[in-house]
Design a protein around this ligand. Structure first.
Ligand code: DAT
Ligand code: MG
Length: 142
């Protein structure tokens, strides 16, 4: 997911392009402004943290761009492509390493396990995702 700062800064295309070029397959995408309840569900595991309310307020300030990407190792590799949570520790070449400075404006979210990805897909895309065969399949996988 591209957070409100990434959307406002016009980074949707750049970020989406990295996943497309890598060879991952886009199964769903949409722009939406989440409600507080929706955002609190998404970040339920962080509910006790001091930054929680501020983070939820920030996530509700504008649309976010949610995507579902499929492919071998999509969760683990996707997290590497995002970079470390703290931009000061994100390597250059990662999205956070290249595009942001502060942890509270770190541009993007990525599911941290397949189990959580499945939960998050259900939360953000209750309508379901697309199932399609990419013509590149045979050129990305042997
Ligand atoms: P990630 O987004 O890499 O999965 P996380 O799940 O630990 O990291 O935290 C979710 C988001 O919460 C993170 O992207 C930015 C915000 N956050 C985490 N720690 C923070 C902190 N110490 N101060 C402010 N925001 C923080
Ligand atoms: Mg997380």
């Amino acid at each position: 997911m591209i957070k409100p700062d990434g959307v406002q800064r016009g980074l949707i295309g750049d970020i989406l392009k990295r996943f497309e070029q890598k060879g991952f397959q886009l199964l769903a995408a949409k722009l939406m402004t989440p409600s507080r309840e929706h955002m609190e569900k998404h970040y339920a595991d962080l509910a006790g943290k001091g930054f929680f309310k501020g983070m939820i307020d920030y996530m509700m300030t504008g649309p976010v761009f949610c995507m579902v990407w499929a492919g071998d190792g999509a969760v683990v590799t996707g997290r590497k492509m995002l970079g470390a949570t703290k931009p000061s520790e994100s390597e250059p070449g990662t999205i956070r390493g290249d595009f942001c400075i502060q942890i509270g404006r770190n541009i993007c979210h990525g599911s941290d396990s397949v189990e959580n990805a499945e939960k998050e897909i259900e939360l953000w895309f209750p309508e379901g995702v697309c199932s399609w065969t990419s013509h590149s399949q045979g050129w990305i996988y042997e």
